[in-house]
Every structure is written in structure tokens, then in C-alpha cells.
Design a protein around this ligand. Structure first.
Ligand SMILES: C[S@@+](CC[C@H](N)C(=O)[O-])C[C@H]1O[C@@H](n2cnc3c(N)ncnc32)[C@H](O)[C@@H]1O
Length: 526
């Protein structure tokens, strides 16, 4: 699995992460029998003996329910790449067994795809689904006190019926079965009652959804439910983008993501080589219009993983929006580049491959674990000769280091508001208060990174956020603190469609159908 680790980290790395929490239960579950922690402690009832193989419960629903529990209570990340290929899901099945008290047959390819769709969709639509579930409960307290596993099973059923339009009575039967076996017969009856009510209101076109009316606060709350985002995000985007564009953005965030891959030139691989292979694997793909080494895969990424391309370092998962940040840096063979917040190395490795074996990328990061992944991946991708790693807090390191370079990249920790389509759970983990902390950190890191830039050299500041306060506003504040820098417009480096009026690079999810990203080139004049 080591080769696949970078995939998971790729998704979680683009943002400032909340560290993975130990498993703990919410208030909801304190009084109930089946939960992650009780299952872990083996406090299951006699009817839930370990090692029991259940062939009646649909495996993808059982696995989805447990994954959803882990994501909500265990701090696991929603892994939309579904990195567990065939035959490698033993750990996960162990988890299923400990949580539910039984195991199912192993997942086949179709099950794996269903798990990915159901888990991603159920997380994205959580607020919307909970609203509907609440509307069909007897009262508020019934919903509020619902045990976690029961709630996850209901969310899955609601998502399948309302958003996937699956045959409703089959969905009811399957989820009832799961609730009965994983919890108790009474839980199955409850799932049956609520899901059947849902089928009726859906058939009568009378889902209890809020109307878009009233003052701006009421409308923001309605939109937050209808498009399943936190209210504070809706308010922020309505302010910056207007209501129509905010809705489009939320629709993008709720759509199934496609993944881009970069052919690794450092291993002598071209995109054409991989495209030929994709054709023979019958994986639908599109080549990037903006970057020579990139191509996009909407479905069939599992085939690519299974073909071993990532494991062998032939290509890596990287969004074109991140690739275009590297184009803004414009690495040239022979250059020395300082990458200030480098791990797990998406941009470092692409920059390194563009050095064609000549020059160096000095990769600094505060996170030792991620830096280790960067190092391993550099070896795998055969660019380790042009990458060195420095484990440090940029702020203290910059105070004591004489390092200077003509090119310095600061890919700053950020909210990740540009990558919500790929990071399904991120919207629920971010808080408005995080934004202030992040802005302070970004300012401090910008000041530190600027000390490395030699006279006439360039500092590239980038984020995977679409929020002006993390992007344009940070640059503006930096230029006030550092009048020795000026903006160098990015027109020469990326297609004009991505260049803002102020000369920055901006990838807009709604406009470009890519992740959101931002970059500014700042030249030191003295
Ligand atoms: C957005 S991620 C970088 C992603 C990376 N450039 C890539 O393309 O894969 C931000 C990184 O900043 C690092 N970081 C946060 N605070 C830091 C600090 N004070 N000094 C150095 N690195 C820091 C985090 O550990 C994280 O790896």
C-alpha cells in the first residue's frame, strides 16, 4: 500500500488539515449498543459474534455505513480515489467486522464503485439529507438522539432514493436488512417506517424542502440546505460572487469529481504512451488543453491504479489547476528553486521533472511524515537527484538561513475552498474562525519566504482556495509591508483565460471545470 499513500495524502495535503482525531463517539451514541468504540472493545451482544460472514446484507452498503462512521467520528478522510484495489481491503473488512459484528463477502469492482459514489454523495449531501430525515421523524428529539449507525443507514437510503433515483423498494429492503442485522430488529422497523414515508412524499412530489424567500439570512439558510453546504460558506460566496454564481459553485462542489493524471517525463514516459495504454484498457479520458503531460479520467481510475502506473511512478494524480501553478513558476533546467511548503510534493515533483535532471528543488516543510512521503515519491519518480528536503518551520528557518534563490514558491496552507468537489468532507470540517488563523499564518509565511528571494528574483504565492481574503488580499497586504516587491503579471506563463485583471493566475471551478487555485508572481526589485 505504500505506493498508494501519496494518493490519500494528495487529497488531504492541499489544505491545512485538522489532524486525524482518535476515534471517539458523539453524544448521540452514548446510550447505544453498536458504535465504533464499543465494537472495538468487543462489547457486542452475543448475536453479533465476530467472524460471522453475512451473505444477505449488501456488502457495499455495510462498508459504506462503516466508512461514513469512520469519517464522521474517526477523523478519517473521505477517500474518493477509493485506493483500496481488489484484494487489498482486508483492513477495511476488519473494521466492518469490528463495527457491525459481522463481515460481508469481499467487494468486487462494482461494489467498490458503489461505495465511492455512496460515501462521497452521502457526505456531500449530508445537510440536505438530514433535513429530509428530520422532516419525516415524529419530532426533533427523535432525530437529535438517533444513534450514529442508524443515522448513517438512513442517510444512505435517502441518498439512494432521492439523489441516485434507485428503485425505492429495493433500497428500503436492503437498508432495513442492514439495520436489523447491524443493530436490532426495532432499528430495522424504524428504517422501514421512515424510508417508506420518504418514498411516498417523493412520489407525491412533496419533499419538505425550504423555499428561497425572506431576508438574506433566511435565504442563505435555505440555500445551505438545498445545496448542502455550511451557512457561513453560502453567505461568503453570495457576498463575493452573487447568488447565481454561488449556486453554480455549490453545484460544482456536489458533482462527481474527475481526476487528472500527469505523465512522469522524468521516467521517459510521455502522455501519448499512457493514452495508448488507456485506449487498450478502455478507460475514457481527455487530454489536457493546457498542459502537455496531463490527461483527465472521469471513471476508470481503479483500472489505472490496478495497472500499477502510480506504484511504478509512471504518472501521478495531480489536478491541472495545480499543474498550472507550476507553469507560473516556470522551472527551467539548471535553476535552484526553493519550495517553502512543499509536502507531500505534488508541485515539487512536477517542478523537479521540468528541471530535466539539472538544478535543484529545495523542499521545506514542517511536517516530517509528509516530507518522508515526498522523499519516497521523488525516488519512485526518479527525480530524487534534483530534490533535497529540509524539515523545518519556515518562519524560524528563514530567520537563520542564508539561502537565496531567483525562484521561491510558497504554496501556502489554506482553507481548501477550491477543492471541495474532491474533498467531500472538507466543507463540514472548516469553520469561519479558521479563516482568520489561516490569514495570519499566510502573512507570516509570505514574510518568511520573501527573505529567500534574491534581487530581481521572483516569489510565487499560491493557494488552492478561491477566497479573495486568502488570495488577492494577502498579496495586497504583503505589498504594503514589502514595497520592494511588485506584481509580475502571469500572462506569459498560463493561457489568458486564467489571468485576472490584476495579473494573477486564477482557476475558477465554475468557469474552468477544474479545482480552484490561485497564484501571484511577485518580483523583488531591490
Ligand atoms: C498546501 S500544503 C502544500 C502542498 C504541496 N505544495 C503540494 O503541492 O503537494 C501546505 C503545506 O504547508 C506546510 N506548512 C504549514 N505550516 C508550515 C510552516 N510553518 N513551515 C513549513 N511548512 C508549513 C504543511 O505541512 C503542508 O504540507
Amino acid at each position: 500500500m505504500a505506493h498508494l499513500l501519496p494518493l490519500r495524502v494528495f487529497l488531504s495535503s492541499q489544505t491545512q488539515e485538522t489532524p486525524s482525531k482518535p476515534l471517539k463517539l458523539s453524544k448521540r451514541s452514548n446510550n447505544h449498543k453498536t458504535s465504533i468504540s464499543t465494537a472495538k472493545k468487543g462489547l457486542l451482544s452475543p448475536s453479533h459474534k465476530m467472524h460471522k460472514l453475512n451473505l444477505e446484507v449488501s456488502p457495499h452498503r455495510a462498508v459504506s455505513a462503516v466508512r461514513l462512521m469512520r469519517i464522521e467520528f474517526g477523523g478519517a478522510f473521505a477517500d474518493l480515489l477509493n485506493e483500496k484495489g481488489k484484494g487489498s481491503g482486508d483492513n477495511e473488512m476488519g473494521y466492518v467486522e469490528r463495527t457491525l459484528g459481522f463481515r460481508t463477502r469481499d467487494l468486487d469492482d462494482r461494489d467498490l464503485r458503489l461505495v465511492t459514489d455512496i460515501v462521497g454523495g452521502t457526505i456531500r449531501w449530508r445537510r440536505y439529507l438530514d433535513h429530509l430525515i428530520g422532516s419525516l421523524c415524529h419530532d426533533e428529539s427523535m432525530f437529535r438522539s438517533m444513534e450514529p449507525l442508524l443515522l448513517q443507514i438512513l442517510r444512505i437510503g435517502f441518498y439512494e432514493i432521492v439523489k441516485l433515483n434507485m428503485p425505492p423498494y429495493a433500497v428500503v429492503d436492503e437498508n432495513v436488512k442492514l439495520a436489523k442485522v447491524a443493530l436490532r430488529p426495532g432499528a430495522g422497523n424504524m428504517v422501514n417506517g421512515i424510508l417508506r414515508k420518504l418514498v411516498l412524499v417523493k412520489e407525491n412530489n412533496s419533499l419538505a424542502l425550504p423555499k428561497l424567500e425572506g431576508d438574506s439570512r433566511t435565504q442563505a439558510r435555505a440555500l445551505a440546505t438545498l445545496y448542502s453546504h455550511p451557512v457561513w460558506m453560502v453567505r461568503r460566496w453570495t457576498k463575493y460572487l452573487g447568488q447565481e454564481e454561488a449556486i453554480q459553485l455549490m453545484m460544482w462542489n456536489n458533482s462527481d469529481p474527475s481526476f487528472s493524471l500527469r505523465a512522469n517525463a522524468a521516467k521517459g514516459i510521455t502522455r501519448d504512451d499512457l493514452v495508448m495504454q488507456l485506449n487498450s484498457l478502455k478507460v475514457p479520458h481527455e487530454v489536457s488543453l493546457h498542459l502537455d503531460d496531463f490527461f483527465r479520467v472521469k471513471i476508470g481510475l481503479q483500472n489505472v491504479i490496478r495497472a500499477g502506473w502510480l506504484k511504478e511512478g509512471l504518472c501521478s494524480v495531480q489536478d491541472e489547476s495545480a499543474g498550472l501553478v507550476v507553469s507560473v513558476v516556470d522551472p527551467q533546467p539548471g535553476e535552484d528553486i526553493i519550495d517553502c511548503c512543499a509536502a507531500p510534493g505534488g508541485k515539487t515533483l512536477y517542478m523537479a521533472s521540468r528541471l530535466r535532471g539539472k538544478g535543484k528543488v529545495h523542499a521545506i516543510d514542517i511536517n516530517k511524515g509528509r516530507l518522508r512521503i515526498l522523499k519516497e515519491t521523488a525516488k519512485l519518480q526518479k527525480v530524487d537527484g534534483v530534490v533535497d528536503t529540509i524539515h523545518a518551520d519556515l518562519r524560524t528557518f528563514a530567520e537563520n538561513s542564508p539561502m537565496k534563490s531567483g525562484k521561491v514558491l510558497l504554496d501556502a496552507p489554506c482553507s481548501g475552498l477550491g477543492v471541495l468537489s474532491k474533498r467531500a468532507d472538507l466543507r463540514w470540517n472548516r469553520r469561519l474562525e479558521d479563516m482568520k488563523q489561516l490569514k495570519n499564518l499566510q502573512d507570516e509565511l509570505l514574510d518568511a519566504a520573501s527573505t529567500f528571494v534574491s534581487s530581481g528574483g521572483v516569489l510565487i504565492y499560491s493557494t488552492c482556495s478561491i477566497d479573495p481574503e486568502e488570495n488577492e488580499d494577502r498579496v495586497e497586504a504583503f505589498l504594503v509591508r514589502h514595497p520592494e516587491f511588485r506584481i509580475d503579471p502571469v500572462n506569459r506563463y498560463v493561457p489568458s483565460d486564467f489571468v485576472t485583471k490584476q495579473g494573477f493566475y486564477f482557476s475558477d471551478p465554475v468557469k474552468h471545470s477544474l479545482d480552484g487555485a490561485f497564484a501571484a508572481r511577485l518580483v523583488r526589485t531591490l
